[in-house]
Design a protein around this ligand. Structure first.
Ligand code: ARG
Length: 566
């Protein structure tokens, strides 16, 4: 089902002589279903057609009434209200939802295109913060969503594996660290060393020189510095990957910042040749004052290149080596200026793809209403959060369904799903608040609620399967309002996906999944399924199956597992 709106728009477009897409955009789903399934405000046509909106609506009603699939079309106060013929539409939507792998999704718009999505991208020897958590979850969902829309997508983890912090951590490790501690918990231990370095440096400023010296050694390829640096990376990566495994997140590429060490000279040279570099207090920068931005620093006064330069080299690499025509960066809102500058410099360098670079920013995450501050050592470790959510999910399952098999595996799916869903149901750009009791509430608007609805539908289908019942919408079965609400929502799956992708916002899918659950649970509440008589029974089973597929797919797109039982 490409789009409900587009099908109806076709008939209208001819009458008003406007493009189908434009009409499709104007069509609305009335908030009150008693007005009809679709409504078209006719005010915008008035001037061009030299008629008043009421007249236009009347004229359109007469024509649209004749269109295939339309039950009624009425003019009311300048609106055209349309009701679809329910039975054939239901048969089509439900049939499509259960007959093909992609079900209700059209796999169309991204065909032939490649996107590289930069997500997670934590810094080594600094904590994996909640910002990185949001980036990981949002980026992974975007990847799955865009693939479902036909895109080829490569996920890249742009690890922060280079920088002056390594000099500090090496110095601190040699003074106060030991191998076992690093091996045991690399992320926490390296961060502990990093924090200790800063604390001690307050009273002994000469430490800073030591840190600088070690970073210099690293840059010059000193074997001891290089060995420790590589080891810190390996240990940290191992720890990060455990968290990624727990989350069910994967990357096509791990390409850290250090990868671009030998690729930045070419960028600097090109900028110089193109006359884009100017000197500014000893540094070399691209002047962006014409665009109301501070200069983009390319080479620092001490000759070292910086974050932005690496991003310029990385963008070229993603375009040339990975074949990206679209580059997405899922990074917190605090880096907004950085990306504006980088994209502008790419444009000034004549990179065509610069117009397809997008900073997919997002709001902060709070815990129990409180902001976290890394600087004050106030860190929440992601793995701890996930483990605790899993533990609590396990306790809830133990209470609700003590006889369940695979409790551990399902507790993991539910606990992790709860954390992911809580993040993704919020508008990307808004702040997320995290409270264990809210995210795990089976009756709230949560991941477990969606999973539970999926499991409930699965259980109905299991019983039907055991009794070899048939499920196919019976062509002559007329859906009532509750059944119709569910059918009509199912028909909007592809539109939701498209809206989610256009806004780079998985929350559209999360809210869509919640709507599906509400509609199904309303239907389920007072419609017998297995106990009904055909054609109601077979149609309701088919509808339940369609719902189950749509929910499973929505959860998948969000990066959440869909247990059949819980
Ligand atoms: N490592 C960076 C940070 O934690 C994020 C990197 C984002 N990606 C990029 N290409 N700049 O702040």
């Amino acid at each position: 089902m490409k789009s409900v709106k587009r099908a109806i728009a076709q008939a209208i477009a001819e009458v008003v002589a406007r493009p189908v897409d434009e009409i499709a955009r104007m069509l609305e789903y009335p908030p009150n279903p008693s007005l009809g399934d679709l409504a078209l405000p006719c005010f915008q046509f008035a001037r061009e057609m030299r008629k008043n909106p009421a007249q236009i609506a009347e004229e359109l009603a007469a024509r649209v009434r004749e269109a295939a699939g339309v039950e009624t079309a009425e003019a009311e106060k300048g609106f055209l209200n349309i009701r679809l013929a329910r039975a054939p539409f239901a048969a089509q939507v439900v049939g499509q939802a259960i007959s093909s792998v992609h079900g209700l999704f059209s796999q169309e718009r991204g065909r032939g295109r490649t996107a590289v999505i930069d997500y997670s991208s934590p810094n080594i020897a600094k904590p994996f913060g909640v910002g990185h958590l949001r980036s990981t979850i949002i980026g992974h969902a975007l990847k799955r969503m865009m693939r479902e829309d036909g895109w080829k997508v490569e996920g890249v983890n742009h690890l922060g594996d280079w920088g002056t912090q390594f000099g500090k951590v090496i110095a601190a490790y040699l003074k106060w660290g030991n191998e076992d501690e690093v091996r045991k918990d690399p992320v926490k231990e390296l961060f502990r060393l990093y924090v200790r370095f800063h604390q001690e440096a307050e009273s002994s400023p000469e430490l800073e020189d030591e840190g600088r010296l070690w970073f210099k050694k690293l840059e010059d390829g000193d074997p001891e510095a290089t060995r420790l640096w590589r080891w810190f990376i390996d240990e940290s990566l191992r720890a990060f990957k455990q968290v990624y495994d727990l989350l069910g997140v994967e990357f096509e590429h791990y390409i850290g910042e250090s990868f671009y060490n030998d690729k930045m000279d070419a960028i600097v040279r090109e900028l110089r040749e193109k006359g884009l570099l100017v000197e500014d207090q000893g540094a070399e920068v691209v002047d962006l004052s014409a665009y109301d931005m501070p200069p983009c620093i390319i080479v620092k006064s001490d000759g070292t290149s910086i974050y932005a330069t690496r991003d310029l080299a990385a963008a070229d690499y993603r375009h040339k080596a990975l074949g990206a025509d679209t580059l997405l960066y899922v990074v917190g809102a605090e880096q907004k200026l950085h990306f504006q500058q980088v994209f502008k410099v790419l444009e000034l360098m004549g990179r065509d793809y610069a117009k397809n670079c997008v900073h997919v920013q997002f709001g902060l995450m709070k815990f129990n209403g409180q902001r976290l501050s890394t600087r004050r050592g106030h860190v929440v470790y992601l793995e701890d959060v996930l483990r605790k959510a899993i533990e609590e999910a396990r306790a809830i399952i133990e209470e609700k369904n003590p006889g369940l098999e695979n409790k551990d595996a399902i507790a993991r799916q539910v606990g992790v799903g709860a954390v992911i869903f809580n993040d993704l149901k919020t508008y990307r750009i808004h702040e997320v608040d995290f409270r264990y009791e809210d995210v795990l509430n089976f009756d709230g608007e949560t991941g477990p609620y969606v999973q539970y609805t999926h499991a409930r539908a699965s259980s109905v289908l299991r019983k039907a399967e055991a009794d070899a019942m048939a499920w196919e919408w019976a062509a002559d079965y007329q859906p009532d309002d509750a059944e119709w609400a569910l059918v009509f929502l199912l028909a909007q799956a592809n539109e939701s996906l498209e809206r989610a992708i256009d806004a780079y916002d998985p929350s559209v899918i999360a809210r869509y999944a919640l709507q599906l659950c509400h509609a199904f649970n309303r239907f389920y509440h007072d419609h017998p399924i297995l106990q009904a008589e055909d054609p109601a029974r077979q149609s309701r089973l088919a509808l339940t199956r369609a719902l189950r597929e749509a929910l499973a797919k929505s959860l998948y797109l969000l990066g959440i597992e869909a247990p059949e039982e819980m």
